[in-house]
Ligand binder design. Structure first.
Ligand SMILES: Cc1cc2nc3c(=O)[nH]c(=O)nc-3n(C[C@H](O)[C@H](O)[C@H](O)COP(=O)(O)OP(=O)(O)OC[C@H]3O[C@@H](n4cnc5c(N)ncnc54)[C@H](O)[C@@H]3O)c2cc1C
Length: 629
């Protein structure tokens, strides 16, 4: 069980919990029914048979139609939620093929919808006290259960015993999620086989652009394997759809009688498992209980739709930061150098179309410039990686990435040295910029984009470790872990997407983006008294200088010597491995600029390197080129 996964927890259950703390729940305050706590520990005794866990088995309701809105880990919101709108449409008797959210229909008495979230105990999590939720505020509620989704949903179907069963959820594209879909489909089909009709629908809902509208042959299948041609064509030919409204309260009403039949100890409108119930050790729980004051996430941030929308409001409107995003986005200290929308986006707490529309509104009422476009541009990267994952399937998880046989002449010999990987994870490589970033990730679950690019390049090129160990570590630790963005970015950092391999020269990057060493000193306090000149290359100090500034560099001393020789170019860069060593920072959307020094990341800088290496057309870009429906 991964400690850091705990950090993702509150985002996951945040739809139901508005008062939750993202960092960690007050586990001790959780009032769990004593009997269930001891009898039904999740790990040892999953809820897959939850009906037998109640003292008296539920009697079947025998309703006519049951419409289940199955919320997943990635769509936990009410606004702009196409799957939820589709469930509502079905409850209103709308024909199957009508477009989601289309013209209102009139069914005299809607069937109601049953929102369900299942803690998939094969894969995740922990819990918190349950409190007021956005669904409850609207007179609805959320069934929370723990177990395998297919078993839990089948038990609910059993209890309701409907003649028609509709299950709707957001469409996912990666194999683990698709396997869960398959299991749900087959388990539920069995339940209604004899008695009635079963309809399982997945609805696309997590990108700005609709995959069906993409201007490539075969839509997603035809997207280019590099971003720029994708962006150029999409922005010219496609429009971002308007976000959907939250369904009316009366359309979110629960089905009549459902409360009494779906009311088991581990599956009900009031159930929420504790972290301990979900298998986390006391040590794990304790380790993430306190928030590190150095975190770059906004103060007192919490998971959930309410807090996601509040962050959007705060960043764009109240603090008026959108207009300077382009200049601040490469910062590393403080909450405002970048949007910090990613953790909420990853859990679906806010929709990218909603953010894009806010950017457009801002452009209309305040100012339109390169910065206001650049957030939408970054969101397009997010779209791209989801489409890329759909196109390439498991390719993004393979050692040769999507190259397969194409990588033959260029096959890398990847290393795996457990000690070196551990040093990287713990921020003990001897390269201060890498170490500071890795320590920040370990302590807070967040790392800036600048940091991610550097540590990934260092891991895959300088250390030459199998890139998948890096991707796996990020999966375990990132608060904003998103399967497509994470594995797509890693695959690309490793040069396994077929694009150019970009090596980030760590020392140069350190000087470009942390000139005075503020960031490095924040996370590597051993180096706090090292003079600026040496703070990014402490190994260059003489013994006398080390003595003077109170830090000894070397194996077994205060701070490690460099894990790879700084004077030797990585082999991959010399042997035709596709790279262009030393350039650093040129890849991925021209994210070159930087703000140089300063703590809050909001100051414009005089960094001569900003914009270097950026494609000419991006350099001269003044405003955005995206369109709305
Ligand atoms: C090796 C590596 C792994 C990454 N793993 C993830 C991940 O698991 N989840 C994740 O959301 N992002 C990932 N990123 C992308 C990016 O670093 C983060 O989205 C960003 O740092 C989050 O901070 P922010 O919300 O303040 O971003 P901002 O700079 O404010 O950007 C706004 C939004 O644009 C999107 N975005 C920005 N850059 C990228 C990008 N390179 N790829 C995809 N979307 C982007 C994100 O949704 C982000 O919230 C990864 C990048 C690298 C290099």
């Amino acid at each position: 069980m991964m400690t850091q996964r705990l950090r993702q927890y509150n985002f996951v259950v945040s739809l139901v919990i508005s008062a939750a703390h993202l960092s960690l729940p007050a586990v001790s305050a959780f009032t769990f029914p004593a009997a269930t706590k001891t009898t039904y520990g999740i790990r040892s005794h999953s809820t897959r048979n939850f009906s037998s866990a109640s003292s008296s088995p539920p009697s079947a309701l025998q309703m006519s139609t049951l419409n289940i809105q199955w919320f997943r880990q990635t769509d936990l919101r009410l606004h702009d939620n196409p799957a939820l709108c589709r469930t509502v449409d079905l409850s209103l008797g709308k024909a199957e093929k009508q477009p989601v959210g289309a013209a209102p229909t009139t069914k005299s008495s809607p069937d109601g919808i049953l929102p369900v979230f299942v803690f998939d105990t094969e894969r995740i999590y922990g819990s918190d006290t349950r409190s007021e939720s956005n669904l409850e505020k609207r007179g609805s509620g959320l069934i929370v259960a723990a177990g395998k989704p297919e078993k839990v949903l089948a038990e609910i179907a059993d209890a309701a015993s409907p003649s028609i069963l509709n299950v709707v959820c957001q469409e996912e594209v990666c194999s683990e999620e698709l396997a869960v879909d398959k299991a749900v489909r087959s388990e539920l089909a069995k339940k209604v086989k004899k008695s009635g009709k079963f309809n399982f629908e997945t609805v696309w809902g997590s990108t700005m652009y609709d995959p069906d509208s993409l201007p490539f042959d075969g839509d997603v299948a035809g997207i280019p394997d590099t971003f720029t041609p994708f962006r150029n064509k999409v922005e010219k030919a496609c429009q971002i759809g308007q976000p959907l409204d939250i369904p009316k309260d009366e359309h979110l009403a629960l089905p009549k009688g459902i409360k009494s039949v779906v009311n088991q100890p581990q599956c009900s409108l009031s159930y929420l498992p504790t972290l301990a119930d979900l298998g986390y050790s006391a040590e794990d729980i304790e380790s993430v209980e306190s928030v590190d004051s150095r975190t770059a996430m906004p103060a007192n941030y919490k998971g959930g739709e309410t807090f996601a929308l509040a962050r959007v409001q705060d960043y764009i409107w109240d603090k008026d930061l959108l207009k300077v995003y382009f200049d601040t986005r490469n910062g590393m200290i403080g909450s405002d150098y970048s949007t910090k929308f990613a953790p909420w986006l990853a859990h679906g707490n806010v929709s990218p179309r909603y953010i894009a529309r806010e950017c457009r509104k801002y452009e209309q009422v305040r100012v339109e410039n390169k910065s206001t476009y650049w957030v939408v541009f970054e969101l397009l990267w997010r779209d791209y990686f989801k489409f890329f994952a759909k196109k390439h399937g498991d390719g993004i998880f393979y050692q040769n990435g999507i190259l397969g046989d194409r990588s033959h002449g260029n096959k890398r010999k990847w290393g795996m040295d457990a000690k070196q990987v551990k040093a990287w994870k713990e921020g003990m490589t001897g390269y201060p910029l890498v170490d500071a970033n890795m320590r920040e990730l370990a302590a807070t679950g967040f790392m800036s984009n600048r940091g991610r690019q550097n540590v990934a390049s260092f891991f895959t090129i300088d250390m030459n470790m199998d890139w998948r160990y890096g991707g796996d570590h990020f999966e375990e630790t990132l608060l904003d872990y998103d399967v497509h963005s994470n594995w797509g970015n890693w695959c690309s950092a490793a040069g396994m997407t077929g694009g150019r391999l970009n090596r980030f020269n760590i020392v140069k990057q350190s000087k470009d983006y942390d000139l005075g060493g503020d960031y490095v000193r924040l996370w590597c306090p051993e180096l706090k008294d090292v003079p600026d000149k040496y703070v990014h290359e402490p190994w260059q100090m003489s013994e006398a200088l080390m003595e003077e500034c109170g830090v000894k560099i070397g194996p077994g001393r205060d701070y490690p010597a460099p894990i790879v020789n700084p004077n030797v170019q990585p082999r991959i860069m010399n042997n035709g491995g596709g790279g262009r060593g030393g350039r650093g920072g040129r890849g991925r959307g021209g994210k070159q600029g930087g703000r140089g020094n300063g703590r809050n990341g909001q100051r414009r800088d005089n960094n001569p390197n900003r914009g270097k290496g950026q494609r000419q057309d991006m350099k001269s870009l003044k405003v955005g080129t995206y369109k709305f429906d």
